[in-house]
Design a binder for this molecule. Structure first.
Ligand SMILES: [Zn+2]
Length: 483
């Protein structure tokens, strides 16, 4: 039998021995550490810090990556164990020290029409807090259309499409209709509980086609904006799909484009941004009116970036081509000819170059110009293709000739072709016009001969693309196909 006193004594003596042994072990370990050259006294970490990784793209530099992620070159080199001799290759993965604690591959996309932080989060499966931290967002209003948003680990394997919870429909019904487990659907949409699902909110369900831009609007299947980010002097389009009849209106920079019904419940509007628009953030408003009179409106800010347009050297031309009355008289003719929005899309895919040598550019679109020492600033409304390989001028796409105008003082001999949906191409300073008004031309058909008639300083083709009356950068149409 052991009494309490002796028990205490025993404990003390065991403790004392253990302490002595521990101190001895520590000294030995310290010596071992010093011998091995590890002078660090840092405690051993149970788990290594995680970092998300950025995939290097062609043209990237470590300095640029450091600036993009708000860190320093030294920190990036240290975390990635890079030395001064290390080289960077596209496809390399670089750990980002300023985002310690996060993981996955960093990717980016432009904010689309109707995108909110919540919809981005639901689609990409990135936590809201992560999106906010990654993009240093301080207010939801900073989610401008066309802003580049960084995300980690977008789930590309199982693309999702938005689906709207209708008034009176339960989340369970939506899950059954979409053929998914309601609990999985809830998790995918970051809901703790199915009762949190609000009617008319959009939820992402697995789909074979990923729908990037989504806003749940009653009676509207999808809306999207094309050719982001928007730039001064460039083209964009708004597309709306709805199962029933919906009247769509939109306004940006005091302009309301005309929408055209192109069948299959789709409506589209092509729009041009004026080349002299100040770069900045502008409100885009949209409204949808159903047949039963129900109206839904929303506004979202959109970024318009600079077109980085050059300034041409001062030009000398015939003063008659700068005369205000002459300019106004011609502009009035063009305004009328370019106003109709023909409800058919005649073009199909990329535009064919209207000159034999598409690389023979003598002046690009948007460049700021002055004439004959007058301080008035003009801008170049088209693309000047020089007289390099030949003098033939071709139609870039199918269309109808709506103007064959000889002898104009400013524009010279000019052709106008209507390609539908408010998109027109114009050919100026021609030597000869080889088509007649009313003719339907094919893609690549010979339509004229390069010359130097009108306000021109030498033989060239002034090729212009106008959308709902606004000249836009033709180079975009030669480079990318619009649907
Ligand atoms: Zn020109």
């Amino acid at each position: 039998m052991v009494n309490l006193f002796s028990m205490k004594d025993y404990t003390k003596s065991v403790k004392g021995r253990a302490q002595k042994a521990f101190t001895l072990l520590s000294i030995l370990l310290l010596f071992a550490g010093l011998l091995l050259g590890g002078a660090s006294s840092k405690p051993v970490q149970a788990q290594a810090t995680t970092y998300p990784e950025y995939v290097v793209k062609p043209g990237d530099s470590l300095l640029w990556i450091a600036a993009k992620f708000n860190t320093t070159l030294e920190a990036i080199m240290s975390v990635n164990q890079l030395g001064p001799e290390s080289t960077l290759h596209p496809g390399d993965k670089i750990k980002i020290p300023s985002l310690a604690g996060m993981q996955g591959i960093l990717s980016s996309e432009y904010v689309g029409l109707g995108t909110s932080l919540v919809s981005l989060s639901r689609r990409s499966q990135a936590q809201l807090s992560q999106l906010i931290r990654l993009n240093r967002i301080t207010s939801p209003s900073e989610l401008f259309i066309g802003r580049e948003i960084l995300m980690t680990d977008v789930d590309q394997e199982s693309p999702t499409a938005p689906n709207t919870l209708l008034e009176g429909q339960s989340f369970l019904e939506l899950a059954i209709k979409s053929n998914v487990n309601p609990w999985a659907l809830g998790r995918r949409n970051l809901l703790q509980n199915a009762n949190q699902a609000i009617p008319q909110d959009s939820f992402y369900v697995p789909s074979s086609v990923a729908q990037l831009d989504a806003l749940a609007i009653p009676g509207v299947g999808s809306i999207s904006i094309g050719n982001l980010p928007l730039r001064q002097g460039d083209t964009y389009y708004l597309s709306v799909e709805s199962p029933g009849k919906v009247q769509v209106k939109s306004e940006l920079l005091d302009f309301s484009p005309q929408f055209t019904d192109i069948g299959d419940g789709k409506q589209i509007a092509y729009v041009g941004i004026h080349a002299l628009t100040e770069p900045g953030v502008y409100p885009l408003s949209m409204s949808f009116t159903r047949d039963d009179g129900f109206e839904y409106r929303f506004d979202q800010l959109v970024v318009i970036k600079s077109g980085n347009y050059a300034t041409d050297p001062p030009l000398r031309v015939d003063p008659a081509t700068l005369d205000g009355d002459n300019i106004r008289a011609e502009d009035a003719i063009f305004r009328d000819l370019l106003a109709p929005v023909t409800p058919v899309q005649h073009w199909d895919g990329l535009f064919y170059s209207p000159a034999q040598d598409a690389d023979c550019v003598i002046s690009t679109f948007g460049s700021r110009r002055t004439y004959n020492d007058d301080p008035k600033i003009f801008y170049h409304t088209g693309l000047d293709l020089g007289y390099c390989k030949g003098t033939d001028v071709y139609a870039p796409a199918v269309g109808k000739v709506v103007g064959a105008l000889p002898g104009l003082i400013v524009r010279g001999n000019t052709i106008i072709i209507d390609h539908g949906l408010g998109v027109y191409t114009i050919y100026m300073h021609l030597e000869e016009i080889l088509v007649e008004e009313g003719a339907v031309v094919e893609r690549g058909q010979l339509i004229g001969v390069i010359g130097t008639t009108g306000r021109s300083t030498g033989p060239h083709l002034h090729f212009e693309v106008d959308i709902q009356g606004t000249p836009v950068n033709p180079a975009t149409w030669l480079r990318r196909a619009f649907p």
